[in-house]
Design a protein around this ligand. Structure first.
Ligand SMILES: Nc1nc2c(ncn2[C@@H]2O[C@H](COP(=O)(O)OP(=O)(O)OP(=O)(O)O)[C@@H](O)[C@H]2O)c(=O)[nH]1
Ligand SMILES: [Mg+2]
Length: 654
C-alpha cells in the first residue's frame, strides 16, 4: 500500500474540516431560522466557524544555525520547484524568523520588517496589522531564479556598532561570545530584518499550512514572541541536530529552553538528525553505515532524554537532490520519506483532535443551551395543557351534572305540567258542576217551573206548596254547590302541596269560600214570603191570584239578585284559586329555559377550551420536532467530527 503522504493527509483533513464547517453552519442557520439562538450562542458559533475557516496548521523548524532547517523545508515542501526556494548555505543564513503561508488577499510576496522596529513599541503581531511598517518584494512565480534571488534577502545583514546591537537587544556586551563576534573596528553584523512573511501559493499553504523557519545562533532568545507565542502555538515542532556536529552544548540549551517546555500531549514533536550523508562511506557496507547512524541516533536521543524512536536520521540535502533529479534510490537512502510519514502521522491527527475538541466543546455549549431552552418551553406548554385539561375535565363534570339535573327537572316539570293540565280538566268539570248548581240558568229554570205551578194552581194550598218547593230546591242547589266548592278546594290544596313538594313551587294555602250567607238570605226571604202569605193569601180570589203572581215575581227578582251575587263571588274565588298556580307554572317554565341557556353557554366555553388545548398541543409538537431536529443536527456534527474514514486510513498506513 502506498503510504499516505503529507499532501494526501492534509487534503483529507481539509475536506473533513470543510464538512464540519458546513454542519456547524447548518446548526447556526437552523437556530436563527427557528429563532432559538441568542446573541451569545450566535457569536460563539460564528467564532467557531471563523476558526474553522481560517484554520491553520503551524509547523515550526527550530535548531542552531546551519543544522539544515531551510534545506529540510526545501526538501519537504518545495522540491517541485527544482531549486532551493529558501536560501540555505554554510554559516548563518536565515537571519530572521520566517513565516511561509498563503492568503489570496495579497499578491505573492516577501515582506520584511526592518530590525530597527525593535526600538519601537509593538510586537511583531502588532506590526502585522501595520502594512506600512514592512518592506515588500513581489515574488515572480514564473522564475525560480528570480524568486530565489528575492528570498536571498532573508540572509541580509547590517553592520552596526555594539551599542546599536545592544539597543536592539541582540547582543550582551559582557558576553565572551559577543566579544569574539565583534570586528576589529568594533562593528558587528546583525540581521537586517526582524521578521519575514512569505505569501506563497503552494498547494499545502493554500489549505492552511503555515511553516515557520527560524534563524539559529540563539536568535530565538532575542525575539520573545517566538518563544511566547509562535512556538507554543505551533502544531508540530521539528528540532534539528546535525550528524557532523553531534549534539552540542547550544543544541541542548535550545532544546531544554524552548522546545521541551512547550510540549503538550496534543503537540507533535520530532527530532531530526540531519546530514547523515556525512556518515556515508563508500568503503563501508550499507549495514555498517546503518549501524553508525543508529549509534548516533541512540546517543543523540540519550542526550535529549528521549527514546531513540523519536529521532529521525535524514539527509535533507540528498533528499532535495533526489527529488529534483527524480532518484528514488537516493531518496530512500536520504530517509526523508520516513520523516515525512512520521510528520504526517503526528501532525494531522493531533491537529484534527484539537479542532475536533474545541468545535465539539463550542457546539455542545450551544446545543445544551438551546436544548434546555426547548425543554423548558416544552415543560411550560405541558403544564398549560395539563391545567386546561384539568379544567376541561372539571367543566365536563359540571356540565354533565347540570345537563342531567336540568334534564331531570325538565322531565319532572313536563310530568308536573301534565298533571297540572289534568287538574285543570278536573277543575273545569267541577266548575261546570258548580255552575250547574249555582248558575243563573238553573235558577231561571226553577223560577219558570214555580211560576207555571202557581198559574196552574187554583187553590192557596197549591200556591204555597209550589213556593215551598221552590225554596227547597234552591237550598238544595246551594247546598250541593257548597259541597262542590269544598271538593274543589280540597283538590287544589292537595295540588298546591304536591307542586310545592315536587317542583319547589311556593306553598299556597287556597282561600276559603262559603255560601252560608246566601243560604241565610234565602231563608230570610222564605220567612218574609211565609208571613205575607199567612197575612194576605189565606183565601184566594181571582184578584188575589194575580197579586200572588206579582208578589212572586218580586220575590224571584230578589232571589236572582242573591244568586247573582253568590255567582260573582264564587267566580272570583275560583279565579283566586287557580291563578297562583298558573303564575308559578309560567315562572317555572322561564327559569328552566334560563338554565338551559346557561348550560349551553358553558358548553360553548368548553369548546373554546378544546381549541386552546389543540393550539397548545400543536405548539408542543413543534417544540418536540425542534428538539428532534436539534439532536439530529448535533449528531450530524458529531458524525462529521468523528471522521471514521481518517481513523481507518491512519490505521492502514501505520
Ligand atoms: N552534507 C549535508 N549538508 C547539508 C544538509 N542539509 C543542509 N546542509 C548544508 O548545511 C548548510 C546549512 O544549511 P541551512 O539549510 O542553511 O541551515 P539552517 O539550519 O537553515 O541554518 P540558518 O539558516 O543559518 O539557521 C548548507 O550549506 C546546506 O547545504 C545535509 O543533509 N547534508
Ligand atoms: Mg536557514
Amino acid at each position: 500500500m502506498k503510504p499516505s503522504t503529507l499532501v494526501d493527509e492534509f487534503e483529507h483533513y481539509s475536506a473533513w474540516r470543510d464538512a464540519v464547517f458546513v454542519r456547524v453552519e447548518a446548526l447556526r442557520d437552523w437556530l436563527s431560522a427557528q429563532e432559538l439562538g441568542d446573541a451569545d450562542s450566535e457569536m460563539r458559533l460564528n467564532q467557531l466557524l471563523g476558526r474553522l475557516q481560517e484554520d491553520t496548521l503551524n509547523v515550526a523548524f527550530v535548531a542552531e544555525f546551519s543544522r539544515g532547517k531551510s534545506e529540510l523545508i526545501n526538501a519537504i515542501f518545495f522540491s517541485d520547484y527544482r531549486q532551493r526556494v529558501l536560501p540555505s548555505s554554510a554559516g548563518r543564513t536565515t537571519m530572521c524568523p520566517t513565516e511561509l503561508y498563503y492568503t489570496p488577499l495579497q499578491r505573492p510576496s516577501l515582506r520584511l520588517l526592518p530590525i530597527d522596529t525593535k526600538t519601537r513599541d509593538g510586537s511583531v503581531a502588532d506590526f502585522k496589522r501595520d502594512p506600512d511598517a514592512w518592506t515588500e518584494f513581489p515574488l515572480n512565480l514564473d522564475s525560480t531564479e528570480d524568486m530565489s534571488a528575492t528570498l536571498m534577502r532573508l540572509a541580509d545583514t547590517l553592520d552596526v556598532d555594539a551599542a546599536t546591537a545592544e539597543a536592539y537587544g541582540l547582543i550582551d556586551p559582557d558576553d565572551a561570545e559577543t566579544a569574539r563576534g565583534l570586528e576589529r573596528d568594533g562593528s558587528i553584523a546583525i540581521p537586517r530584518w526582524r521578521h519575514a512573511l512569505i505569501n506563497f501559493p503552494h498547494p499545502l499553504l493554500k489549505q492552511g499550512l503555515v511553516i515557520l523557519d527560524t534563524p539559529g545562533l540563539n536568535a530565538i532568545g532575542t525575539e520573545p514572541e517566538l518563544t511566547l507565542n509562535m512556538l507554543p502555538s505551533a502544531h508540530a515542532v521539528l528540532f534539528l541536530l546535525s550528524a557532523d556536529t553531534g549534539v552540542t552544548k547550544s543544541d541542548i540549551e535550545i532544546w531544554r529552553q524552548y522546545i521541551a517546555p512547550v510540549q503538550g500531549a496534543s503537540r507533535a514533536r520530532l527530532v531530526v538528525l540531519n546530514k547523515i550523508d556525512g556518515l556515508w562511506d563508500d568503503l563501508k557496507s550499507a549495514d555498517e553505515i546503518d549501524a553508525v547512524i543508529a549509534r548516533q541516533v541512540v546517543s543523540s536521543a540519550a542526550l535529549l532524554d528521549l527514546p531513540a524512536s523519536q529521532v529521525y536520521p535524514v539527509s535533507a540535502q540528498k533528499a532535495l537532490v533526489a527529488k529534483v533529479k527524480n532518484d528514488p534510490a537516493l531518496l530512500q537512502k536520504s530517509r526523508l520519506p520516513e520523516l515525512e510519514n512520521a510528520l504526517t502521522q503526528e501532525l494531522i491527527p493531533h491537529k484534527q483532535a484539537l479542532v475536533s475538541e474545541s468545535t465539539q466543546a463550542g457546539v455542545e455549549d450551544v446545543v445544551v443551551k438551546a436544548t434546555e431552552l426547548l425543554e423548558t418551553r416544552l415543560a411550560t406548554l405541558q403544564d398549560q395543557v395539563d391545567e386546561l385539561e384539568g379544567l376541561r375535565g372539571k367543566n365536563r363534570d359540571v356540565i354533565q351534572h347540570m345537563m342531567v339535573k336540568t334534564n331531570d327537572d325538565q322531565q319532572q316539570f313536563e310530568r308536573g305540567l301534565q298533571q297540572f293540565n289534568a287538574l285543570r280538566n278536573v277543575f273545569a268539570s267541577q266548575v261546570e258542576t258548580l255552575r250547574r248548581q249555582l248558575g243563573m240558568e238553573a235558577l231561571h229554570r226553577e223560577v219558570g217551573k214555580t211560576r207555571q205551578a202557581m198559574e196552574n194552581s187554583r187553590f192557596s194550598a197549591g200556591l204555597r206548596d209550589a213556593m215551598g218547593q221552590f225554596f227547597r230546591r234552591l237550598d238544595g242547589n246551594l247546598n250541593a254547590a257548597a259541597s262542590s266548592m269544598r271538593e274543589i278546594r280540597a283538590m287544589m290544596t292537595a295540588m298546591y302541596q304536591k307542586f310545592s313538594d315536587e317542583h319547589g313551587l311556593a306553598a299556597v294555602n287556597p282561600p276559603d269560600h262559603s255560601l252560608n250567607k246566601y243560604r241565610k238570605e234565602m231563608a230570610r226571604l222564605e220567612r218574609v214570603f211565609d208571613e205575607r202569605f199567612n197575612t194576605f193569601f189565606k183565601m184566594l180570589t181571582l184578584g188575589q191570584h194575580q197579586l200572588t203572581s206579582r208578589f212572586f215575581e218580586t220575590l224571584a227578582s230578589k232571589v236572582v239578585q242573591v244568586f247573582e251575587l253568590a255567582n260573582s263571588e264564587t267566580e272570583s274565588w275560583l279565579k283566586a284559586l287557580i291563578a297562583p298556580m298558573e303564575t308559578q307554572v309560567r315562572e317555572h317554565k322561564i327559569q328552566l329555559k334560563r338554565r338551559l341557556e346557561s348550560v349551553s353557554r358553558i358548553h360553548a366555553a368548553t369548546e373554546t377550551l378544546d381549541e386552546r388545548i389543540a393550539e397548545l398541543e400543536t405548539a408542543t409538537g413543534t417544540v418536540s420536532d425542534q428538539l428532534d431536529n436539534l439532536a439530529r443536527i448535533n449528531t450530524r456534527i458529531a458524525d462529521a467530527l468523528a471522521d471514521e474514514s481518517a481513523g481507518s486510513r491512519l490505521a492502514q498506513t501505520a
